[in-house]
Design a protein around this ligand. Structure first.
Ligand code: ARG
Length: 601
């Protein structure tokens, strides 16, 4: 179906129900629970006309267990007695095809949606929008531009867990902004500049091998770096040579730049492949090396004018003590630039290029001070867009190591996840034999385990990296979610006699009578809200929680809401439809988290 026809299918279902007012910011044709909330607001306003539909709409919350929606009356500051207001609503209430019941309990009014309407609308909507991979999306960000920077490892240094977290959270945010209608440009800001490249250049003459470089640039450059660092620790000349080499690079000396350029290119090529295994893509690989001199110089000039620069034996420091952000070096004695200056120049260039409405930096909380310093400097320089910059930070990961020792490269992390998972799967021999491509599957589940563990709690929390826990099929883990998806996906393979399912309008959803079926449908309906909340909070944990709630709801339905063995074929089909919708929504939630849902395992 095309966009036109699917939207109009939902619209025409809605058009056959009691008419509802429009509320700004709602999109019933994408999130049909909006309509139920509007219906509730409409009832309340009919009884309490001093309120507006929009006001009440914003006060409609999800209810506790067994209740669809709840309103806390005191929030409307109506004056007088809550009981009297509640009574007015109850007296006036007429059940209709949207809302079937309201109950008063102390400060609250609890509403129940009409079950047949709920099933029909939610399942039709999931069905239609999933075909275009659009279920859960909204258009609130249309016309807005986001630039998001994440991952940003340093060439020739290790890829640490901080980079891994930035990659995982950054990919999630990229997907989330897109799902909320934003135009998103993702960039990887490589640490591809700085004195360490002087060191590597010196070290490469002694330890470098073109062959090793071609084989695995990331690893080879790291090895050279470790060796030359050891040399530098013993022989101060090495550092001097390195610094003068880097100075030549900064001055644009072509002979000093040829090797560096190749190292960078080969490392990027290698990274692209590894990110692809993580299901992560960047629109652009930029880096510290690409930041122009111009704005770095201007920043220094401007700050000098403003009397914010201290001279310390030739080095230039910006004094932000007034803002409780200490002092920070902007330029070294020998005139070479540093991390902070490049960030200032880089932000200005990105604004010139993209005119973004927002730019996000996904960087660990260890760099909180650094980010607030350069945001502050941009503000002091008078850029009115400085308030569009946002630092999305996160806590530390403790104890990530492989069985061979500490992991320093991304490919080691991926390999270890795959191999621990592979061992885990082999424990169940019978099942293992039925998997066609165990290597691939274990890598995918392994990566899912790493990602889910990383996103399960609030970003700012530190956590302990634990292979066994994250890769278990029991408990709230990545493998558990993949298993839940596979089980749903297997329904079509296991019940070919029910296929093809009739078109949505001909499936009899009134045959779905079990409370656990209703729970599933309601959860499916709430997914568009999960996507909106993720944008507000920048927290993947809400989406992870949703995926687990949905998986648990499905797993408690399997026993009673059976498909295989149900003799009433129409009933079996209605149930199958429900489960296939659940598969689509669980799949959408996993994809939002940058996970590739599996069809078989
Ligand atoms: N390459 C840096 C590091 O590994 C992270 C870069 C963060 N982004 C930025 N714009 N400073 O520590």
């Amino acid at each position: 179906a095309t966009a036109e026809t699917s939207l109009s299918l939902i619209s025409s279902l809605i058009a056959n129900l009691p008419p509802l007012p429009q509320v700004p910011g709602t999109e019933p044709e994408r999130a049909v629970l909006d309509s139920f909330r509007i219906a509730i607001a409409k009832f309340v306003v009919e009884a309490l006309p001093s309120l507006t539909v929009e006001q009440v709409y914003n006060g409609v919350d999800y209810g506790k267990k067994g209740v669809d929606f709840t309103i806390a009356l005191p929030r409307f500051r109506l004056g007088g007695k809550v009981d009297e207001h509640a009574k007015k609503v109850l007296d006036k209430f007429q059940p209709d095809d949207w809302i079937e019941n309201v109950v008063h309990d102390k400060n609250f009014l609890h509403f129940t949606c009409r079950t047949p309407t709920l099933f029909r609308l939610i399942l039709s909507q999931v069905h239609d929008l999933s075909q275009k991979s659009e279920y859960g999306t909204n258009t609130s960000g249309n016309g807005k531009k986001l630039v998001i920077e994440f991952s940003s490892p340093n060439i020739a240094k290790s890829f640490h867990v901080g980079h891994l977290r930035s990659t995982i959270i950054g990919a999630f945010l990229t997907n989330t902004y897109k799902a909320n209608g934003w135009d998103v440009t993702s960039v990887n800001y490589l640490g591809d500049w700085g004195t360490q490249f002087g060191l590597i250049a010196v070290g490469f003459e002694k330890y470098g091998s073109e062959e090793e470089l071609e084989k695995d640039a990331i690893k080879h450059l790291y090895d050279v770096y470790v060796k030359v660092n050891a040399d530098a620790a013993e022989n101060p000349d090495v550092k001097v040579q390195a610094a003068s080499f880097f100075k030549r690079m900064e001055d644009g000396d072509e002979s000093a730049l040829v090797n560096w350029r190749k190292w960078r290119e080969l490392s990027v090529q290698k990274y692209i492949g590894e990110y692809e295994r993580l299901n992560v893509k960047f629109d652009h690989y930029i880096g510290e090396s690409l930041v122009g001199k111009e704005w770095q110089d201007k920043a220094l000039e401007k700050l000098t004018e403003m009397n914010l620069i201290d001279d310390h034996e030739g080095a230039k420091l910006v004094n932000l003590e007034k803002y409780k952000m200490g002092k920070a070096v902007l330029r070294k004695k020998d005139g070479t630039s540093i991390y902070l200056t490049r960030d200032i120049g880089g932000a200005i260039e990105r604004y010139e290029k993209y005119k973004f409405d927002k730019m996000i930096y996904v960087v660990g909380a260890q760099q909180d001070l650094h980010l607030s310093q350069f945001f502050k400097i941009l503000e002091l320089m008078g850029f009115d867009w400085a308030n569009r910059l946002e630092h999305v930070n996160f806590g530390m990961v403790l104890g990530m190591s492989t069985r061979k020792g500490t992991a320093v490269f991304l490919n080691e992390i991926i390999k270890e996840a795959a191999s621990v998972m592979h061992d885990q799967m082999k424990k169940n021999e019978e099942k293992y034999k039925s998997v066609e491509n165990p290597e691939e599957v274990s890598q995918e589940i392994g990566i899912t385990g790493v990602k889910i563990q990383d996103m399960a709690a609030k970003r700012i929390n530190n956590y302990n990296f634990n292979w066994d826990r994250m890769l278990s099929f029991e408990g709230d883990t990545g493998p558990y979610l993949q298993y839940a998806h596979v089980r749903l996906a297997s329904l079509t393979r296991k019940n070919p006699e029910l296929l093809p399912l009739p078109p949505p309008g001909q499936i009899d959803t009134s045959l779905l009578t079990e409370p656990s079926a209703r729970d599933i449908a309601f959860l499916l309906g709430s997914y568009p809200d999960v996507v909106k909340t993720a944008l507000k909070t920048h927290e993947p944990s809400g989406v992870v929680t949703f995926a687990f709630r949905l998986s648990h709801a499905i797993s408690s339905a399997w026993e009673t809401v059976i498909v295989k063995g149900e003799s009433d074929i129409e009933k079996a089909r209605a149930r199958m439809w429900l489960y296939l919708c659940a598969r689509d929504v669980l799949g959408a939630a996993l994809r939002l988290l940058s996970i590739r849902p599996l069809e078989r395992m």
